[in-house]
Design a protein around this ligand. Structure first.
Ligand code: ADE
Length: 227
């Protein structure tokens, strides 16, 4: 069985990550020691009395920029304490995240997620990391939401994190298909009926129906997946 994954999160807002680790499936995975989540507060590496972490941009312009020296010290400390960790910067300019990347990351033992904040970060921070990930074509106010999405989507792929071992095999994006529709009781609700095949008990037929539905729905909603 695979050893647990440890996530290190470099952030100015460690409390936001805590919210993720205390609840539901991820909370249980932490309790069961299947994953470990450690935050590293970037503020601790700030400069001077006020622990300054950002400064005005060279060349002028609005906003503040995260300082490379501050981030370097934080990353160095995390690397020292976690030999071999894969350090990933969260940024809209990174490699687009998806289920394939989640599967790839679920094979690692130690992952460090670096959250940018405010208006931006010094370009030289890019030289301090092993890779960059974007969770989508939109701009977040900080990397913490992206870190939460990655921790969640990677953790649920680990053996034993979801209730049933195979719960993640048939779902959307695995096998490049969206998931087939699911129903539960009541059998009829406000005139909406559960498809008859699901209530007939013929398991071969049900299997075939689900496969066909998954293909159909993928073709209609996400034709790019079936190419
Ligand atoms: N930081 C800000 N926007 C982001 C995005 N889309 N993905 C990852 N990190 C981000």
């Amino acid at each position: 069985m695979k050893a647990k994954i440890k996530f290190n999160i470099i952030t100015l807002f460690p409390e936001t990550i805590k919210a993720l680790t205390d609840y539901s499936i991820i909370g249980r995975a932490v309790q069961d020691n299947k994953i470990e989540i450690e935050t590293c507060n970037l503020r601790d590496f700030g400069v001077g009395k006020y622990k300054q972490v950002d400064d005005t941009p060279y060349g002028g312009g609005a906003g503040m920029v995260l300082k490379v020296d501050v981030m370097d010290r934080a990353i160095q400390k995390v690397r020292q304490e976690n030999p071999g960790t894969l350090v990933i910067l969260l940024t809209p300019k990174g490699e687009k995240y998806g289920q394939k990347k989640a599967r790839e990351l679920s094979k690692k033992n130690n992952i460090t997620l670096v959250c940018g904040h405010y208006e931006g970060f010094d370009e030289r921070i890019r030289d301090l990391v092993d890779g960059e990930i974007s969770i989508g074509d939109y701009i977040l106010t900080g990397g913490e939401t992206a870190a939460a999405a990655i921790i969640d989507s990677v953790s649920r792929l680990l053996p034993g994190v979801l209730g049933k071992e195979d719960s993640s095999i048939n779902e959307s994006f695995e096998n490049s298909l969206l998931e087939y529709p699911q129903y539960t009781k009541p059998r009829a609700y406000k005139g909406m009926e559960v498809p008859e095949v699901l209530t007939g008990g013929n398991h071969d037929e049900i299997k075939r129906w689900r496969k066909d539905e998954a293909k159909k729905i993928t073709k209609v909603k996400r034709p790019d997946l079936s190419d």
